[in-house]
Design a protein around this ligand. Structure first.
Ligand code: ADP
Ligand code: MG
Length: 326
């Protein structure tokens, strides 16, 4: 017996209010024609949405739990990039069939991250068709401290959380691990985890409120996303390639040959899918972010244009800037 639409929603996506995230702003959740939300006094609603399409954002045979996690992670990452606190989610699922095993796994990955972020699911839509997942994340932040792409000033430091290039390496591993020079099981697991289960940097985003001058998350590749920030802020940048933060597994790969070193840098600069936060910071405010782990990778310049250097010498990037759908 296949599962009916309402049975499906009830089984996998409706939870008791006391086990479904922070309900403090939810006046009415799943079950009505719309949900009712409150906002903390003085704060603005931040809304963001992202779609993952089977065969485009993930392979058709991708693990359902990873899809559930990642569909949510990319949305929470957008909230983090705005320095917002998550408030509530909606989930639009288009499924070819109501496969209970797939749904149970999808829901497991989705709820795992929703529970970590303590954010409630307040509605959605369930339809039949080619597999795709759209999540809308709502958050809140005071307008004066929301992190925008505009706002970077000449002289600001360019900073990034975490490490870059891991998801690009993970994708290459997932597609053809045969071409890899020797890699340990731990390193392989780490890189694949970074691809399939990115960590939205919510705490880091929140701790930048009122301190960073501009910011965004790196979803399509550092060069492309930095380009968006530079354009919005009407400034340029110098980027020191040797300062890009590479994880230990990616450093181990990069150390194997000149070719692997170049490949690692290419992933760090343009592969995308890392969901780290890129932000700018006036040097005199840097001491306000002492507990947060981040790396300074460059500097904002008054003149437009993005210049890469390697140990102070001009450096040509030989890859594309980042991912684009069209
Ligand atoms: P309507 O016909 O009024 O659009 P639906 O029948 O589509 O309502 O959905 C019934 C209720 O279930 C609504 O509150 C809707 O928000 C919720 N819902 C539907 N699909 C999902 C889903 N995938 N996840 C969470 N809630 C859902
Ligand atoms: Mg509906």
């Amino acid at each position: 017996m296949s599962l009916g639409e309402f049975e499906l929603i009830g089984r996998y996506f409706v939870r008791e209010p006391n086990s479904c995230g922070d309900q403090s702003q939810v006046r009415l959740g799943i079950g009505d024609d719309g949900a009712l939300l409150r906002l903390p006094p003085g704060e603005r609603l931040v809304v963001t949405t992202d779609t993952l399409v089977a065969g485009r954002h993930f392979p058709l045979d991708a693990a359902a739990a990873d899809i559930g996690w990642k569909a949510l992670a990319v949305n929470l990452s957008d909230l983090a990039a705005m320095a917002a606190a998550p408030l509530a989610l909606t989930l639009n699922l288009t499924l070819p069939i109501a496969d209970e095993h797939w749904l149970a796994e999808f829901a497991r990955g989705f709820w795992r991250l929703a529970d970590i972020a303590n954010v409630p699911l307040i509605g959605g839509d369930t339809t039949r068709g080619p597999l795709s997942v759209t999540i809308t994340a709502m958050g809140c932040v005071e307008e004066s401290v929301a992190l925008k792409r505009s706002g970077a000033q000449a002289g600001d430091l360019i900073c990034v959380t975490g490490s870059l290039g891991d998801a690009g390496a993970g994708l290459a591993l997932a597609i053809s691990s045969a071409e890899w020079p020797h890699i340990s099981d731990d390193d392989r697991a780490y890189l694949l985890e970074r691809l399939h289960r990115p960590t939205p940097r919510l705490l880091e985003g929140a701790s930048m409120r009122g301190i960073a001058s501009a910011g965004l998350d790196i979803s399509d590749g550092l060069l492309q996303d930095l380009g968006h920030l530079l354009k919005a802020s009407n400034v340029g940048a110098e980027l020191a390639v040797e300062q890009l933060p590479l994880s230990e597994p990616l450093q181990a790969y990069a150390a194997k040959s000149i070719a692997t070193r170049q490949q690692a840098l290419r992933w760090a600069l343009s592969a995308g899918d890392d969901y780290e936060l890129l932000f700018t910071l006036a040097p005199e405010r840097a001491h306000l972010l002492p507990t947060m782990r981040y790396t300074v990778i460059g500097k904002i310049t008054p003149a437009a244009g993005l210049h890469l250097t390697l140990h102070g010498k001009p450096w040509e990037h030989d890859g594309h800037a980042g991912y684009q759908h069209f």
